[in-house]
Design a protein around this ligand. Structure first.
Ligand SMILES: [Zn+2]
Length: 398
């Protein structure tokens, strides 16, 4: 695969560039094979043993890796290299419409500490609560925290990290990053929740996804967010907000309106709110939405409630229809479905596939669907990844 060089931003290679690339390669081998010996690194990378040893010393000195004893087969145990995970190094903030989670993790992305509280629609109250929680974690970890990552259900300018709008909370340009930076003195990185979750899948997902270079992530929540990964990195487009597929047209008679008031959009057909609306309608409770929470809807569906199951299955059908459109336009290897709805995967997987097949034009291959590989907190993992991946990603751009 040959990528056309971008002469406007290309850096001429310096000797330090090659060294930096080798450093990233070795660090990532240690991250993925954790633990691994120097000899094994030299073997898989084809680098000279002396080069490997030199770089390993450097990585040890800056505290990213450490030596541990391997399994002894009689004599002295072999020395293996492992990521240094003694300390919390990142704080992640997962801002949701209803609840916010603040957590710390080590370099390997393991969550060490976690606090959860309701998101107050009043920005001032929520940011104050977040700041006190973050300060507590920074203090508790005595200087090991290096940065704060934030995942938000919003459009975010990628360079500045400025939030443009959080529609479901009606916060316009909240000074989120600025307030956190001023209060903590730490670097702060903010991204859209679907992009953040896609980044976490790419770096911390199970091997079936971390080995894939092109995938899409579909985050089902109040609305629908999508993250696009091309060639091992998040695709953002020129303005930085690529992937806003929640408002593509799917039909004309959705059970609810989208955030912008239209009944045609994907999120009006396939979001959590649409599933709740379908359930309420089937129960003949015409009291508007919100009578049952989406989490409870999933719970009763899994316990066997037929109306709840039907509501989720119809929603899943439209998740599949929307993803089929993305398949036809982007041709990814895999689509990852993320959100609370994934807890009902055994119930809905077939309906997603059937919805996709119904919408794909003849001859177009159906790509693979998988549920999130990140466990219970994909967007929280996304927030943490914003800080952690800086340690592993090459700083050299081509
Ligand atoms: Zn819309």
């Amino acid at each position: 695969m040959v990528r056309r060089i971008n002469l406007k931003s290309a850096n001429v290679a310096r000797s330090s560039t090659i060294r930096d690339i080798n450093r990233q390669i070795i660090l990532n081998h240690i991250r993925e094979k954790n633990p691994i010996s120097r000899a094994e690194i030299a073997r898989v990378t084809d680098l000279q043993r002396s080069t490997v040893s030199l770089i390993v010393e450097e990585l040890k000195n800056i505290g990213l890796i450490e030596e541990i004893d391997g399994e002894s087969s009689g004599g002295r145990p072999p020395q293996l290299l492992s990521l240094r995970t003694a300390h919390a190094i990142a704080v992640g903030i997962d801002l949701g419409k209803k609840r916010t989670i603040v957590a710390t993790s080590d370099l390997a992305g393991r969550i060490l500490d976690q606090e959860e509280f309701p998101t107050d629609p009043n920005f001032e109250k929520t940011i104050s609560r977040i700041i006190s929680s973050v300060k507590y974690f920074i203090h508790k970890n005595g200087g090991s925290i290096e940065g704060i990552g934030v995942s938000v259900p919003a459009l975010v300018e990628p360079i500045s990290g400025n939030i443009l709008l959080i529609p479901h909370l009606d916060w316009h340009k909240p000074a989120f990053a600025e307030r956190l930076r001023t209060a903590t003195g730490m670097p702060v990185k903010i991204d859209n929740d679907a992009n953040a979750a896609a980044l976490a899948e790419l770096w911390f997902g199970r091997p079936e996804i971390s080995a894939v270079r092109d995938f899409i992530l579909v985050l089902i929540e109040n609305g629908i967010g999508t993250g696009i990964v091309f060639d091992g990195q998040i695709y953002r487009g020129k303005g930085g907000i690529a992937g806003e597929f929640g408002h593509m047209t799917i039909g004309s008679d959705a059970p609810i309106a989208c955030a912008a008031g239209k009944f045609n959009c994907w999120e009006a057909y396939a979001s959590e709110r649409s599933a709740v609306a379908r359930y309420e309608k089937s129960k003949k409770k015409h009291n508007g939405e919100g009578k049952i929470s989406f989490t409870d809807l999933v719970n009763i569906a899994m316990e066997g409630d037929a109306n709840a199951q039907a509501a989720l299955k119809e929603t899943a059908h439209y998740i599949g229809v929307g993803i089929a459109n993305l398949f036809q336009g982007l041709s990814p290897e895999v689509a990852i479905v993320t959100g609370t709805i994934v807890r009902a995967w055994s119930l809905i997987a077939g309906d997603i596939m059937e919805g996709a097949e119904s919408a794909l034009c003849q001859g177009y291959p159906v790509a693979k669907f998988i549920p999130s590989t990140l466990g219970t907190y994909p967007t929280l993992m996304g927030a943490l990844s914003l800080i952690l991946t800086d340690k592993f990603a090459s700083t050299t751009t081509t």
